[in-house]
Design a protein around this ligand. Structure first.
Ligand code: PEP
Ligand code: MG
Length: 324
């Protein structure tokens, strides 16, 4: 598939109306990094650090983690990597940690909740990331932030890690971005000060959708009933875009939907400027974006919304048939 899009690999995803969308890729293992070159992605918008924890049979040590992250940074060859701290619990269970017996793990003790309640692993990870940056830039984001105080507490862990590195005389990153993943509706309604304090936000659409529609992402039977292009969901995304624009906060979308062509088009038409997806989707999404006028896509969406359609998918897909 990547060969098919090789001719546009080094070209920007600039639409007919002149808007450039940054296409990034999702990764989780060192083995994913060569795709950064191959796909033409501009960076790693989501590096899922739990994969490196999931593939081993005991808790890694800080030196091992730091060596791993350092290889990721080096393989990225100057492109930005947004490292997401450990997101365990829910569908991701570490074989060497005591399993949690809870009835609703997706809404249970997972991700940053574990990181804040038992901060040992989070601290080790932050330290490892600071060292791996080796005096270069670093971007870190916390998973499953649902309210301002959680972000502040997680950020305080980063501040502590930095203070420790300073005392030890280690070099600090040349620039540091600390972000949050928006994966529950609540964060979209956080006070303005959250949007001012956070360096960047990445919408984790896989989780966000399951909580927005109360439909388990692992359960096909209920998941398939709800369309990402549902007008309620788009209206929520739109509000998040507006709030980020108002506070000048960088925003991206890194759930699976970012790599689906019609979805990517609609997100771009709504105002999203950074999309992170699996590497194989970068080519097809870019190909499509380069052929459309986002103003026209937006007009088609607005018409469908005004008509009372439940989803804009049909309208946009029908329109698209005559465009590309
Ligand atoms: C998401 O929830 O959309 C996301 C990107 O994170 P994960 O799929 O790893 O939960
Ligand atoms: Mg998620």
């Amino acid at each position: 598939a990547q060969e098919r899009y090789a001719s546009i690999r080094d070209l920007p995803a600039t639409t007919k109306c002149g808007t450039t969308i940054s296409l990034q890729m999702n990764a989780g293992l060192i083995a994913d990094l060569p795709s950064l070159e191959g796909s033409g992605a501009e960076g790693v918008g989501l590096f899922r650090t739990e994969l490196q924890f999931l593939v081993r049979n005991k808790m890694p040590r800080r030196a091992e983690l730091s060596a791993l992250y350092s290889r990721v940074v080096k393989s990225a060859n100057g492109k930005r990597v947004a490292f997401r701290t450990l997101d365990i619990g829910s569908d991701k269970v570490l074989p060497y940690m005591k399993p949690n017996d809870e009835p609703n793990p997706a809404m249970g003790w997972r991700a940053i909740r574990v990181g804040l309640d038992k901060p040992g692993v989070l601290r080790m990870q932050l330290q490892a990331l600071l060292r791996a940056a080796d005096g270069g830039p670093l971007a870190v984001m916390f998973p499953f932030i649902t309210q301002l105080e959680e972000f502040r507490a997680a950020k305080a862990e980063m501040d502590k890690a930095i203070a420790r590195e300073k005392i030890l005389g280690h070099s600090l990153p040349s620039s540091l971005e600390v972000g949050a993943m928006l994966e529950t509706p609540s964060l979209g309604f956080a006070p303005d000060v959250f949007f001012e304090e956070v360096d960047f936000i990445s919408i984790g659409g896989n989780d966000l959708k399951q909580f927005f529609f109360a439909a388990d992402r692992e359960n096909e039977r209920v998941r398939k009933r709800y369309d990402t292009l549902n007008v309620s969901f788009l209206s929520f995304i739109s509000q998040v875009i507006d709030r980020c624009n108002a506070s000048n906060t960088a925003l991206s979308f890194c759930g699976e939907d970012a790599g689906r062509p019609v979805e990517a088009l609609c997100f771009a038409a709504l105002g999203l400027r950074t999309l992170s997806m699996r590497p194989a989707s970068v080519g097809p999404v870019k190909h499509l974006l380069r052929r459309v006028d986002l103003g026209e896509v937006k007009a088609v969406m607005d018409e469908a919304i005004a008509r009372g359609d439940q989803s804009v998918r049909r309208a946009v897909a029908d329109w698209l048939v005559y465009q590309v």
